[in-house]
Design a protein around this ligand. Structure first.
Ligand SMILES: Cc1cc2nc3c(=O)[nH]c(=O)nc-3n(C[C@H](O)[C@H](O)[C@H](O)COP(=O)(O)OP(=O)(O)OC[C@H]3O[C@@H](n4cnc5c(N)ncnc54)[C@H](O)[C@@H]3O)c2cc1C
Length: 413
């Protein structure tokens, strides 16, 4: 790789920051530039729906790439700058300030944006979303005892927000269109445990109903649900999922498929442009090439590193076991693998209310492990489950169910 090469990372988030660092760790000596449209250096998003809302101190963005680290690695960061277009033929990108930059290889790490609601009677800015540090700060300033908060969407972000808002004394209602919470990614039994905990904490849960309209009057708004129920509220937050940020890729004529479509090496349909993190979908080697798009912190990190290696010419297919966690109150939910690949579930009781489910495919292969409970109770076993999944293990069912059997022993088998 010639030293004059210029690699540009579009998107100053988790995947972009990780990729830039990995380029240096892998020995790349050319120019590395990260371009991000937010006013901040890359920062961690997971705290935004957790400690940034609950801590007494004013939140600070948890910076991933400090100025010292950027200087140490020779990484140039341009914030407040949006990449407007990519000229693939000329290998140039156009920036929001009017400038153009030449690149040899590009990484799209543009992430995802919060899906917006469209409901009759509702101005777009009347509903808050929670994706960026600035949005978290704005939301936090609204949370106070007695605030009537309506959360649209019973997924991870909505439920973490519900827990945080309860901690700050708000009256919380969660409205979910699907018949149950966490319907997209979490097995029903585990989601029921989480739902019970929210109900016990005083959150009002409404599932299987959407919003028909919103009436605005002095003293607040009233949500009229499609089941006819009326819910008075002072603030509304939508946590109804995220859309991959693909505009740039689409305009550049790159293939899309529920995100920027990449191959097993995270290359797009242009061999000089790679993609990583929430913005891309990729074929997963562990699941027969099933195309996935993950919105998960560790995936963004792992793919950032893998894409950096791909940009430097490595040909290793991306095969990290998907892993996600969510903290709500004092419990943690962790999912390794893909539960929906399972045909059978074996439950292991971990004590103290903690539970670990193993999901086996029809041929007995372990395809996922999902758990809920105090973090200290579940983290180690989920990690071992993840290692079994990576090994494509076919563990003994009775051993999986028996808490006395050490999972580490199954790994050796
Ligand atoms: C509130 C919240 C809580 C979360 N909690 C958890 C959790 O508990 N566990 C977990 O596993 N995951 C969690 N996640 C998910 C995790 O944070 C994401 O998967 C991860 O941040 C994705 O990283 P990324 O780099 O792909 O995208 P992002 O972090 O979204 O970064 C992409 C960046 O690119 C910028 N950008 C986009 N287009 C352009 C352009 N054209 N020009 C310049 N810049 C551009 C965006 O503004 C953004 O700054 C959470 C996410 C949120 C929002």
């Amino acid at each position: 790789m010639a030293t004059r090469d210029s690699f540009i990372v579009i998107g100053a988030g988790e995947a972009g920051a990780r990729a830039a660092t990995a380029l240096r760790e892998e020995g790349f000596t050319g120019a590395v530039t990260i371009i991000g449209d937010e006013p901040h250096a890359p920062y961690e998003r997971p705290p935004l729906s957790k400690t940034a809302l609950t801590d007494d101190a004013e939140p600070q963005a948890a910076t991933i790439l400090s100025p010292e680290r950027r200087a140490e690695h020779g990484i140039t960061l341009r914030t407040d700058t949006r990449v407007l277009s990519i000229d693939r033929g000329a290998h140039r990108i156009a920036l929001s300030g009017g400038e153009e930059l030449a690149y040899d290889r590009l990484l799209l790490a543009t992430g995802a944006r919060a899906r917006q609601v469209s409901v009759d009677g509702l101005a777009r800015d009347a509903v808050l979303t929670l994706r960026t540090f600035d949005e978290a700060r704005a939301l936090r300033s609204r949370l106070r005892p007695g605030l009537r908060l309506a959360i649209l969407g019973g997924g991870f972000i909505g439920l973490e927000l519900a827990a945080a808002a309860r901690a700050r004394g708000a009256e919380v209602t969660v409205i979910e269109l699907a018949p149950r919470l966490l319907a997209r990614a979490v097995p029903a039994d585990l989601a029921a445990i989480v739902a019970a905990r929210h109900a016990a904490e005083g959150v009002t849960l409404r599932t299987g109903t959407g919003i028909d309209r919103i009436e605005t009057a002095e003293g607040g708004r009233t949500l009229v649900l499609s089941n006819g129920e009326r819910i008075a509220c002072d603030a509304i937050v939508a946590g109804i999922g995220a859309l991959p940020e693909t505009d740039l890729a689409a305009r550049a004529g790159l293939a899309l498929d529920n995100g920027v479509a990449v191959d097993a090496h995270l290359a797009t349909t242009d061999p000089d442009i790679f993609a990583a993190g929430d913005c891309c979908s990729f074929p997963h080697a562990l699941y027969d090439g099933r195309r996935l798009r993950l919105e998960a912190w560790r995936n963004a990190q792992d793919q950032g590193s893998a894409a950096a290696r791909g940009m430097l010419g490595a040909r290793e297919p991306y095969a990290a076991v998907p892993w996600f966690w969510s903290d709500q109150y004092d419990i943690t939910l962790q999912i390794a693998g893909l539960p929906d690949e399972g045909a059978e579930t074996i439950t292991r009781d971990l004590g103290d209310g903690a539970r670990l489910d193993f999901h086996l495919a029809e041929d007995g292969r372990l395809v996922a492990a999902s758990a809920v409970g105090p973090n200290g109770r579940i983290a180690r076993d989920v990690r071992l489950g993840e290692m079994l999944i990576a090994k494509r293990a076919h563990p003994d069912r009775a051993a999986l169910a028996d808490p006395a059997v050490k999972l580490k022993g199954l790994l050796a088998g």
